[in-house]
Ligand binder design. Structure first.
Ligand SMILES: Cc1cc2nc3c(=O)[nH]c(=O)nc-3n(C[C@H](O)[C@H](O)[C@H](O)COP(=O)(O)OP(=O)(O)OC[C@H]3O[C@@H](n4cnc5c(N)ncnc54)[C@H](O)[C@@H]3O)c2cc1C
Length: 228
């Protein structure tokens, strides 16, 4: 049973009341996030809960991801989605990997035979299952959280970060230059913090921030650099 401490309020509780200026584009922001991959969207969704932090997220692609590759979702990621409030949607749409089957060549090598079938997630590892769902759907859920947040945060597409410089202002010290793609004009955004979330974007941020010209180490996964 759930109790409504201040009485029941009609409407969708996941849609927060918009703050003044919600959804409006600003040329000066608190946190500028570069890249709408899983890492950038996770950070953006988290920050969108705090309307006092002016957050902006840019992406060089022209719109939301349509086909991704990170479709396998570990139990820990599911737990994180629970914290963002959309694990139930993933549970409903996803394939649950409850068992894993191993195959090997049969005795006559003419066909494969089932060698083993094991439980996929060990007991007591998590209350969440290991699942598979299109990465694009996960991005949709993050975008929904951001769009329903008090600041109505939406990604700014068709902008590719090309340069970071120091603006000489202690309060908003970073100037980020963007090339406009698909007919967009180039743009400059001033920021207090920049988070280049993703291997390529973080490396770009790190290179531009430090003047490092070296070849980035091959790595992927979540790596992010903030520069202030
Ligand atoms: C074949 C393959 C299969 C995988 N399978 C899985 C899986 O099953 N499960 C799993 O969890 N992970 C999987 N991964 C790993 C997963 O895809 C990555 O860990 C994840 O995408 C990293 O997220 P990210 O946000 O750091 O970077 P990315 O997903 O690379 O996102 C970076 C974003 O930044 C944008 N960007 C980059 N540079 C700029 C710039 N200069 N200006 C503006 N925008 C920029 C890019 O367009 C992109 O949208 C797989 C990876 C591959 C290659």
């Amino acid at each position: 049973m759930q109790y409504h401490f201040n009485g029941f309020g009609a409407g969708d509780p996941s849609l927060f009341p918009a703050v003044e200026g919600a959804g409006k584009k600003r040329s000066e922001v608190g946190v500028l996030i570069v890249g709408c991959g899983p890492a950038g969207l996770t950070l953006a969704a988290q920050l969108s809960a705090f309307p006092d932090i002016a957050t902006h997220i840019v992406e060089r692609k022209s719109g939301p991801l349509e086909i991704g590759q990170a479709d396998g979702i570990a139990c820990r990621s599911m737990e994180m989605f629970e914290a963002f409030g959309f694990a139930e949607k993933v549970l409903k749409e996803a394939y649950w990997v409850n068992k894993t089957t191993f195959w090997r060549p049969g005795p006559d090598s003419a066909r494969i035979v089932r060698a083993d079938r094991i439980q996929d997630v060990e007991d007591d590892l998590s209350e969440m299952p290991h699942t598979i769902l299109s990465q694009a759907r996960i991005h949709d859920f993050y975008l929904e959280v951001m769009g329903n947040s008090p600041g109505r945060l939406v990604p700014d597409y068709n902008l590719q970060l090309t340069e970071l410089t120091r603006a000489g202002d202690e309060d908003i010290p970073v100037k980020a230059a963007f090339e406009g793609l698909n007919g967009r004009e180039p743009e400059t955004i001033r920021a207090r913090y920049v988070a280049g979330v993703t291997a390529p974007a973080a490396q770009s941020v790190a290179r531009w921030a430090t003047g490092w010209k070296g070849r980035p180490r091959a790595s992927y996964g979540v790596s992010w650099t903030s520069w202030r």
